[in-house]
Design a binder for this molecule. Sequence first.
Ligand SMILES: [Zn+2]
Ligand SMILES: [Zn+2]
Length: 155
Amino acid sequence: MTDRSGRSSRKTKAVIQKLGEFGLRSTKARVLILLYLSDRHDHPTAEAMLQELRQQGKHPGLATLYQNLSKLADSGLISRLNGSDGLMHFDGNVGPHPHLSCVRCGLMVDAAVDQAVLREFRPQDPHSDRPLNDWQLEEVRLELKGVCPACLNKK
Ligand SMILES: [Zn+2]
Ligand SMILES: [Zn+2]
C-alpha cells in the first residue's frame, strides 16, 4: 500500500499494523476509513463520511464503505453509535467515553465528565428507594443530549 500524499505515511503504517493485529487484511477502503476516523471527534454517519471523502477526491463506493464500516466495527477497531437522529454514527475511539448529542441535527461530540462527580453517583432501587450501596459500582456510562450551538443560533 502506497500513500501518494506522503504526508501521512507514518499514520498509514500504524493503521496497516493495527489491521494486522486484529487479523484483518489491509484493503484500501479499510485504511481510508481508519485514517479518516483517527483525525476527528465528531462521529460522522456513513453518508457524511462518503460526502467528505468524495470532496477529498476519494471515491469508495457506498456499498464498500458500508461493508467495511460494519466489518471494522464488528472487529472492534471502531465503534458504532446510535445517534439521536436515528442514524448510525462511527467513532475511531473505542474506549468507553461519554457523548453529547444534539437532539435537533444529530451532531455528536465527545464530552469529558468530571470523574469526581461520577464517584458521587449513588444508585437506588427505584421500587423500594433502597440505596444499592451493597453493590460495588465499577463504571458509569453517560449519554448526554442537548441542542448544539449551531441549532441554538438557528431561529
Ligand atoms: Zn444541532
Ligand atoms: Zn466519541
